[in-house]
Design a binder for this molecule. Structure first.
Ligand code: UDP
Ligand code: MG
Length: 314
């Protein structure tokens, strides 16, 4: 079997590609590895694709996929993962901010350390302090707390995986930031980290603007929620809906009793009255959301897709 697959998503990186590929080739040849490089052109509008075709003519280990339009880094990774065949799969950015020199060591950690994933950690970063470094610290703290995975740098483009891991997970939206979380939900627990060299961007510009923070955070919530309640929405919505409704009902009974038996006049003048109504309406809505969610998940085509690790006697 092939030693490594190197999966590289790219969007308008024409200047970097030749240098990057030459560097990768140098590293794999010194280490005598059999390899493939899978380039996913995420709808580039520059000359990236013709650069790729030129590179392919000189080296048949290079394979490439071109999207019709820009779908995003997650989509590109997902397609790359589908195509990968190597025992170890490495992902890296195309802009040469990640160093191919890290490949042999990452591979060694997967094979000898028996890690399912090894994630790079850009301990010393060469990006803008205010737009990148500080926000990313906050993000990583939130992601650590929600996922209980002790990584310092979830979003590092340079990562290594066992082949099986990438075949078991589906990356979409902006979820490339949380691939370790997806892997954990799929049952891969041994997640390691390696400090990697990070470099300043040499050519081109960053492809992620300020929306990265909003989208990234919402996706974290989605991952958390889908992982925990995706197959049983009623356990979340039903619980809170019922609680809220009962609370409202309780207040209502109190108001009714005090009006008819203790003659406290003006039920609708009391603030509690409106609070009770609000609680009951919210409760009903939550309950309905849960019920509808439950119906949808029961009808989904994937409802009985479980990842089976082993079978014997079957
Ligand atoms: N990328 C991509 N599709 C996109 C945006 C980015 O394939 O829609 C690629 C990009 O070409 C690069 C990697 O994802 O190889 C990381 O992007 P970038 O370097 O812009 O992110 P940053 O390092 O600034 O976080
Ligand atoms: Mg970059």
């Amino acid at each position: 079997m092939m030693d490594i697959s190197i999966v590289i998503p790219l969007f308008n990186e024409e200047e970097s590609l030749p240098e990057l590929l030459a560097w990768i080739e140098r590293v794999v040849n010194t280490n005598q590895l059999t390899y493939e490089v899978i380039l996913i052109d995420d709808g580039s509008t520059d000359e990236s694709w013709s650069v790729i075709e030129k590179l392919r003519m000189a080296n048949s280990n290079i394979k490439a996929i071109k999207f019709q339009r820009n779908y995003g880094k997650s989509a590109a990774l997902n397609e790359g993962f589908k195509a990968a065949q190597g025992v170890v799969v490495i992902t890296m950015d195309a802009d040469m901010q990640d160093s191919p020199d890290e490949i042999p060591e990452l591979r060694k950690m997967i094979l000898e350390g028996n890690f399912d994933i090894v994630s790079g950690w850009k301990k010393k970063r060469y990006d803008n302090t205010f737009t990148k470094n500080i926000p990313s610290k906050l993000f990583n703290a939130a992601a650590r707390k929600m996922s209980k995975i002790q990584l310092n740098d979830f979003n590092c483009g340079l990562k290594a995986y066992k082949l099986k891991v990438v075949k078991c997970i589906e990356v979409y939206g902006e979820m490339h930031r949380y691939v370790p979380v997806l892997a954990k939900w799929a049952g891969f627990k041994k997640i390691g980290e390696k400090v990697v060299e990070h470099r300043a961007r040499k050519y081109g510009v960053t492809k992620f603007g300020w929306e990265r923070f909003v989208n990234g955070f919402l996706d974290l919530l989605t991952i958390f929620f889908v992982g925990k309640f995706g197959k049983r929405p009623m356990h979340f919505f039903g619980l809170w809906g019922t609680l809220s409704f009962s609370f409202g009902l309780l207040i209502f009974s109190y108001l009714t009793v005090s009006k008819f038996f203790f003659d406290v006049t003006g039920m609708t003048q009391r603030p509690l009255f409106f609070f009770a109504i609000l609680a009951m309406i919210i409760g009903t809505q939550l309950f309905l959301a849960g019920f509808i969610g439950e119906l949808i998940s029961r009808n989904s085509a994937e409802r009985n897709n479980y990842l089976i690790e082993k079978k014997s006697g079957l």
